[in-house]
Design a protein around this ligand. Structure first.
Ligand code: ADE
Length: 236
């Protein structure tokens, strides 16, 4: 998987992805992250990459020329997605991450100020994506969210089993986890996790997942098919 990030702040992307799992994934050659500085492509003599909006209004808009030239310079492969990060985009979620993890190459455009010239979107963008209903100061933080969530789904980056039971992949939030010590400041680990009976533990975890989802994200249950076992838990 290759990520090519078009940004005014390449260091934000390169430094934040140089740790832990993403660092190891790059060292192993499982993912590649390139950051291309849009400003290096501007033909403006003052190196400006933004200008006032036509029609007036607050703020500045990133100009089309340096973004399109930066895009053309990276010579993207034949099959690739071009994602523009914007609060006006389609809402990102785990399913979207899974879909994107099947791509070979993803180009990400990070906006700043009041966004980018619409003609860039019309000419090269395949997906306008928002990571949530709030406004960030720049697309770099959203790009990092995409890179991290997609990379961990790339084969070999983390143990496959750990993505199978986690939140959203089952349709429910994940059950609570505990580790040693058994007792911490008077609070003990639930006894059932020490009983050694895997079926009992599985049932307890499923019940806890249901409870957590009802408490924190009842909206997830609207499109969720409860199993007979789930219904039994909930009636009790
Ligand atoms: N840029 C600014 N806010 C954003 C958001 N919520 N999602 C994606 N990109 C953004």
């Amino acid at each position: 998987m290759i990520f090519k990030v078009l940004t005014l702040f390449p260091e934000v992307i390169l430094s934040a992805t140089n740790y832990s799992i993403l660092k190891r994934a790059q060292q192993k050659g499982l993912i590649k992250i390139e950051a291309i500085n849009i400003r290096e492509f501007t033909l403006d003599k003052h190196k400006r990459a933004d200008d006032y909006p036509y029609g007036g209004g607050y703020g500045m808009v990133m100009t089309a020329q340096p973004i399109i030239d930066a895009y053309e310079s990276i010579k993207p492969g034949r099959t690739h997605r071009v994602i523009y990060l914007t609060p006006q985009g389609k809402r990102y979620n785990q399913q979207y991450a899974e879909q994107l993890s099947k791509e070979e190459e993803i180009v990400i455009i990070c906006g700043h100020y009041e966004g980018i010239d619409q003609r860039v979107i019309d000419m090269i963008v395949t997906d306008e994506v928002s990571i949530g209903d709030y406004v960030l100061s720049g697309g770099e933080y959203a790009a990092l969210v995409l890179i991290d969530s997609i990379s961990r789904l790339v084969k070999g980056v983390i143990e496959e089993k750990s993505t199978q039971e986690e939140s959203f992949s089952t349709g429910l939030l994940e059950y609570p986890q505990y580790t040693r010590p058994f007792e911490f400041r008077g609070k003990k680990v639930p006894e059932i996790l020490l009983c050694g009976d895997h079926e009992k533990i599985r049932k307890w975890r499923r019940y806890q997942s249901l409870l957590k989802t009802i408490k924190n994200r009842p909206d997830l249950l609207e499109n969720f098919e409860l199993t007979d076992e789930d219904r039994e838990f909930l009636i009790k």
